[in-house]
Design a protein around this ligand. Sequence first.
Ligand SMILES: NC(=O)c1ccc[n+]([C@@H]2O[C@H](COP(=O)([O-])OP(=O)(O)OC[C@H]3O[C@@H](n4cnc5c(N)ncnc54)[C@H](O)[C@@H]3O)[C@@H](O)[C@H]2O)c1
Length: 340
Amino acid sequence: VLGTGRIARMFHLRALRAAGADVRLLADPDPDALAAAEAQAPAAATTRDWADAVGRDDLDAVVVTLPSRLHAPAAVAAFAHGKHVYVEKPLALDAAEAGAVVTAWRDAGTIGAVGLNFRFQPLVLDARRRVAAGQLGRIVAVRGTVCSPPRPLPGWKRSRATGGGALLDLAVHHLDLLPFVLDDPVATVAAHLHSVRTTDDTALVTAVTAGGVGLQLVASASSRQTDRVEILGDRATLTFDRFSGGRVEVRPVDGASDRRDRAEAGLAELAHAARRVARTVAPADEPSFRAAIGAFLRACDTGVQHRPSIADGAAVAVIVDAAERSAARGGPPVAVAGSG
Ligand SMILES: NC(=O)c1ccc[n+]([C@@H]2O[C@H](COP(=O)([O-])OP(=O)(O)OC[C@H]3O[C@@H](n4cnc5c(N)ncnc54)[C@H](O)[C@@H]3O)[C@@H](O)[C@H]2O)c1
């Protein structure tokens, strides 16, 4: 495990242990981060730098949970040593770097996964199934909101050059998820960036899919924790919020069942209150990390590549590039390379 910071200790090390993986090595220059990780993987050796780790013969696979600017260099080096690689999002700082990771992955012929773990989220999978089954009718438009609260950020998240900013850190999740739920890739994108507390920590993105559906996305590191998706169809609408309600709500567009809607909303409130109580006594859990790491480990065992792969991570990097070009020019729509 390369980088044993906040997220590795919250999710990846737990998920690896739950899956029965043999964690051999932890790499981090921060002694506190390393010591806290050692408590979760006592049999593992330790080292200070990822670069000392990737070449070791006793490792089959590496999990890259480094600051984002180190994702691409660490992944390229690990592939060059023939390792399987799970690399956190964003895959790289830009599309050119992402392309180098794709080349290294294809040359290695090993398993390459990107940490767009919300593709494994039960709410997302439920929404995707309902869209595919036609429950919403024709899709009219999609809105996403992905925000994290204004908490102190590690230094590297405060600047775009080291992987900070709302597009790279937060929007990447929905830029992957919304097209995934619709099964319809992004064709053009327009963006407006805004600095509330740190550089470009807020982004407004509008995109149009190859199928002509409009997507609207707000991503911010300076507001209430939210991960909300709203899909408007001509037969029904679908909404879910991972942090509020925790279930997929489908409502017919004809509005015939007002009393039932109100009763359902009341029940959802009660369920939400119960979950909030449960969360105060249990550690934070997000099942998609466990599912994503589990899928990666199974792929390493079987040799069968799964998704989201390195190529999926690179596809998001291409959308982010286009969004940044749009924002730099004042927000006109920009074609996403390769989408045509
Ligand atoms: N999938 C998700 O939902 C999700 C959520 C949070 C974070 N992430 C991603 O995970 C990554 C880590 O995020 P975090 O919040 O844990 O950040 P963090 O800063 O807490 O952790 C990064 C760790 O890497 C260590 N590090 C720095 N240089 C190193 C080196 N040369 N060798 C080894 N270790 C080194 C740091 O000391 C730190 O402990 C980021 O890329 C972030 O985008 C993904």
